[in-house]
Structure formats: structure tokens, C-alpha cells
Design a binder for this molecule. Structure first.
Ligand code: AP5
Length: 220
């Protein structure tokens, strides 16, 4: 059965950074509801128009909208290789809907991995974040700079962008939403016997290695 991995953690924990690396290391598909929603906002779809203000304010988009875009993405054939869910589920309703969606196709969650961090460090991580405008590779002003300043390591692009919701005030609201609505899912997956916890305060490469060990152990 293809693996279904969930990365749990507050804004800035490194879910996107590590999901992209796991995609490279293991050929799994990263499914980021944040990326899917930002694409819908850019495209001006009805879901994007409804989500835009909520995202800008650091709140959670409705389960109805998020589930609709996730189901569309999960209907595409590449997900048969196995998936890493990044930023989903975020509410108990989304977690129950995921269980049902997987059960309908004879699948189940392989592991939910909680990236454990100190909230205080997350504002700094998010304020320094930027991505390549061409390929989406993620960087940080201090912690992950391109090898050549101003040039993307991956594609050679020279334009970078920052997210509209990456400011200190919105990050605090996103952290509040995380603790109120998403952190309880850690106990939910612990009760199911699929929870793994890793310390995600260390260097990016070390966390990549820890995650790789967990996935290799699951696959063995
Ligand atoms: P989303 O895009 O999912 O954002 P988030 O959860 O707030 O998480 P981030 O992307 O900010 O953080 P990350 O953990 O991926 O960190 P990253 O790897 O980039 O959601 C955005 C919005 O969309 C939500 O607020 C909500 O409105 C909506 N939404 C999305 N999904 C939803 C859902 N399911 N339901 C309802 N609404 C939803 O790392 C951050 C920075 O730190 C980077 O610069 C990176 O280089 C650096 N970094 C990473 N790891 C380390 C490390 N170990 N040490 C030092 N620096 C590091």
C-alpha cells in the first residue's frame, strides 16, 4: 500500500521544507493545502475568492472549501505513489473526512509526524522566508540561503517572492489557530497508534535525516 504521511506542526515548523525534501528523497507527492489555496486565490476561482481574506487574516479556511480542493487533487493519478500531507488535516472535521476518503479507496494513514518546535522561534523563521518565483524552492534570509546570492539553487531563477500572510501579526494569529484547532489532532493520531514525534528545532538537514529514518523504518 502506498504510504500516506501527515506532517503536523505550527506555522514555520518546517512542514513545507521537509515535505519537498521527502518528495525528492522518496518520490512521494507533497500535497499542501496552503499551496492549493494560494493557487486558487491567484486563479481567482470561487474557492480562492472565498479563502483570500481568511488566509490574509491568519484564520482557517472552511472545511468545505479545503476538502473540495483536496479531493480534486487526490483524484489525480500521481498520488498513487504515496503522499505527504502538508498543512492538512487542520481540524477534527478534516481528520474525520480524511479517514473516510482513505477508507473509500482501501487506504489508511501510515504515520502522522508531529514536528515539535518552540512557538517563539516561529515568527523569526516565517519573517525570513521567501521562495523562488519560478520553481517555488523555499529559502530563508538566515537559515537557508541560495548558494549564490540572488540565484535559485534549483532552477537558476533570479526572482523571489514573499507570502502576503508572512508578517509578525498574522503569524501570531496563525499560531493561535494552530493551538486551538490543529494541535488536538496530535492526541487523535496518538490514540490511533500512528503518531511519531520529532524535535524540529535543529538544523534542516538533521530533521530531514530523522524523517528519512522514520520513513525507512515504516517501509521495512
Ligand atoms: P500553510 O501554507 O499551510 O501555512 P502554515 O501552516 O502556516 O505553515 P507555513 O507554510 O507557514 O510553515 P511550514 O511549517 O511549511 O514552514 P516552512 O517549511 O515554510 O497555510 C496558510 C494558510 O492557508 C493558513 O493560515 C490557512 O488560512 C489556510 N489553510 C491551509 N491549509 C488549510 C487547512 N487544511 N484548513 C484550513 N485552512 C488552511 O519553513 C518556514 C521558514 O523556516 C522557511 O524559510 C524555512 O527555510 C525555514 N526553516 C524550516 N525549517 C527550519 C529549521 N529547522 N531551522 C531553521 N529554519 C528553518
Amino acid at each position: 500500500m502506498a504510504p500516506v504521511l501527515i506532517l503536523l506542526g505550527p506555522p514555520g515548523a518546517g512542514k513545507g521544507t521537509q515535505a519537498r525534501m521527502l518528495q525528492e528523497d522518496f518520490g512521494l507527492i507533497q500535497l499542501s493545502t496552503g499551496d492549493l489555496l494560494r493557487a486558487a486565490v491567484s486563479a481567482g476561482t470561487p474557492a480562492g475568492l472565498a479563502a483570500k481574506a481568511v488566509m490574509a487574516a491568519g484564520g482557517l479556511v472552511s472545511d468545505e472549501i479545503v476538502l473540495a480542493i483536496l479531493k480534486d487533487r487526490m483524484a489525480q493519478p500521481d498520488v498513487a505513489r504515496g503522499i505527504i500531507l502538508d498543512g492538512f488535516p487542520r481540524t477534527s472535521g478534516q481528520a474525520a473526512a480524511l479517514d473516510q476518503l482513505l477508507a473509500e479507496s482501501g487506504q489508511k494513514i501510515t504515520a502522522a509526524i508531529s514536528l515539535e518546535v518552540d512557538d517563539a522561534a516561529m515568527v523569526g523563521r516565517i519573517s525570513g522566508r521567501h521562495t523562488c518565483a519560478s520553481c517555488g524552492e523555499g529559502y530563508h534570509d538566515t537559515f537557508k540561503r541560495p548558494h549564490t546570492t540572488g540565484v535559485c539553487d534549483k532552477c537558476g531563477g533570479t526572482a523571489f517572492k514573499r507570502r502576503a500572510d508572512d508578517n509578525a501579526e498574522t503569524v501570531r494569529d496563525r499560531l493561535t489557530a494552530y493551538h486551538a484547532q490543529t494541535a488536538p489532532l496530535i492526541a487523535y493520531y496518538e490514540a490511533k497508534g500512528v503518531l511519531e514525534r520529532i524535535d524540529a528545532m535543529g538544523p534542516i538537514a538533521e530533521i530531514r535525516q530523522s524523517l528519512g529514518q522514520i520513513i525507512a523504518a515504516i517501509a521495512a
